[in-house]
Design a protein around this ligand. Structure first.
Ligand SMILES: [Zn+2]
Length: 99
């Protein structure tokens, strides 16, 4: 394995290219569409960058419908949005808190 050659993927909302590791993966397989926590689930993947703008776009413009060429249920968007918001909050709250 060579270093410095990360796979590049395109965000389905802004179309910008990012190293795969800095994107979140949404996967479609026989169980349906879900947020792929470890990036290793089987199935067709769509990638999304972590910008709040893109998260908004994803749900408002129903970008997954296009990415997966099917109608994606609102509850799926809801679950993904919720997961991503939680993830973001968690990573930002790493500052030490003084009592
Ligand atoms: Zn994006």
């Amino acid at each position: 394995m060579k270093r410095g050659h990360e796979p590049i993927r395109e965000c389905i909302c802004c179309g910008q290219k990012f190293p795969k590791t800095s994107l979140v993966r949404i996967v479609k397989n026989k169980e349906g569409i879900s947020f792929d926590q470890n990036g290793k689930s089987e199935g067709r993947g769509a990638y999304l960058c972590k910008s709040p703008e893109c998260l908004k776009k994803l749900t408002r413009q129903k970008r997954l419908n296009r990415a997966f060429r099917q109608t994606v249920d609102d509850s799926v968007y809801g679950a993904i949005a919720q997961t991503l918001q939680l993830t973001e909050t968690n990573s930002e709250s790493t500052k030490p808190v003084k009592a």
